[in-house]
Write a protein that binds this ligand. Sequence first.
Ligand code: SF4
Ligand code: F3S
Ligand code: ZN
Length: 103
Amino acid sequence: AIDPQFHENRENVDEHEGHTVWGPVDEPEQLGIHGTHVAVDFDLCIADGACLEDCPVDVFEWVETPGHPESEEKADPVNEAQCIDCMLCVDVCPVDAIDVDAG
Ligand code: SF4
Ligand code: F3S
Ligand code: ZN
């Protein structure tokens, strides 16, 4: 499962589509965590798609990740600022790749 303390245990290494990327990143095999309030561990995501289907405010969009061992697309939290903290995505992800800091 995603480390809920990722913001303490990982380094901010990049920006992508307006959100932070938390390393380590070694493309294409290792992609890190995308987002902070809504964080998706790209190295765990298997492209199940339940988060995209269920999010009521369309926080996620697919991003292509060819060459990644788990899946060749990932749910990217491009609209994380719109999150209403419903926690649906956290509940439906089969591999616990998502952390939402509802604080
Ligand atoms: Fe969307 Fe709810 Fe997940 Fe926020 S917590 S990203 S609103 S499904
Ligand atoms: Fe990936 Fe989990 Fe969504 S596997 S596509 S983050 S439901
Ligand atoms: Zn991203």
